[in-house]
Ligand binder design. Structure first.
Ligand SMILES: [Fe+2]
Ligand SMILES: [Fe+2]
Length: 240
């Protein structure tokens, strides 16, 4: 059917870090985005300290946004241990907040999971030694399994994977080498590469490169607000 093949314009942005003090409203930017795109994807670190009050401020802008908003939480959204309340506030405002699920919008499947750290390639942290290390690695494995399960549910030919943590190193270049293992894990890319996807977006690395590819050649975009993008704006526009 021809309408299924229609290109979906997806705006993507991460790391809004909404704070109670020094609050900048995203209402105007979301308005601008809704004139340029069909869907807005938010890749986590929506709040700065995971405070419900911060989520409430963002919720006002989400409610006012005329296009669907879909996304994931980031590590900052867990800081206060109030992630359930934060999630509830954002979902109540109409955001499709994904945490190991998928949702279809206009023929495109969106799959979302926060992801976790652990490092890349042959240098990634292995499950060896103290229980704390094993627990750390297990957290990454758990996230990749949830991602895999969500990806299996996608029925549409076109799909976008939404992460907070980076699945590859290409898009975190410019960050200090010492913190690479805390910025993401290639276990995420290994899982994604078992499927064919249209795009993978992430945030978390405020410094880095906009575009990269998984080992299987699938496009990855670091859409953290701070990253320079072809649009010249804090958000990227992807045609899916
Ligand atoms: Fe961030
Ligand atoms: Fe982050």
């Amino acid at each position: 059917m021809s309408d299924i093949e229609k290109t979906l314009k997806v705006a993507a942005m991460g790391d809004l870090h909404v704070r109670e003090d020094n609050w900048t409203s995203y209402r105007e930017l979301f308005g601008e985005i809704s004139r340029e795109a069909d869907v807005l994807v938010l890749t986590g670190d929506l709040t700065d300290l995971g405070r419900p009050r911060e989520a409430e401020l963002l919720a006002q802008d989400i409610k006012a946004c005329p296009i669907p908003i879909v996304g994931v939480l980031g590590n900052h959204d867990y800081e206060c241990g109030a992630e359930e309340e934060v999630s509830h506030i954002l979902r109540d405002a109409g955001m499709k907040l994904l945490d190991g699920q998928s949702v279809e919008i206009d023929g495109v499947g969106f799959v979302g999971v926060k992801g976790f750290a652990g490092g890349f390639g042959r240098r990634m942290l292995g499950s060896f030694g103290e229980p704390a290390i094993k627990q750390f690695v297990n957290e990454t494995m758990k996230e990749t399994l949830r991602l895999e399960n969500a990806m299996r549910q996608v029925r549409s030919k076109r799909s976008v994977v939404i992460l907070h943590y980076a699945p590859i190193v290409d898009t975190i270049e410019d960050e200090p080498l010492e913190i690479y293992p805390f910025l993401g894990s290639s276990r995420l890319a290994e899982t994604i590469d078992r499927f064919k996807v249209s795009a993978i977006v992430h945030g978390h690395a405020h410094r880095g490169r906009f575009e990269g590819r998984t080992p299987a050649g699938q496009p990855v975009y670091n859409v953290a607000k701070h990253i320079e993008k072809p649009t010249g704006k804090p958000y990227a526009i992807l045609e899916i």
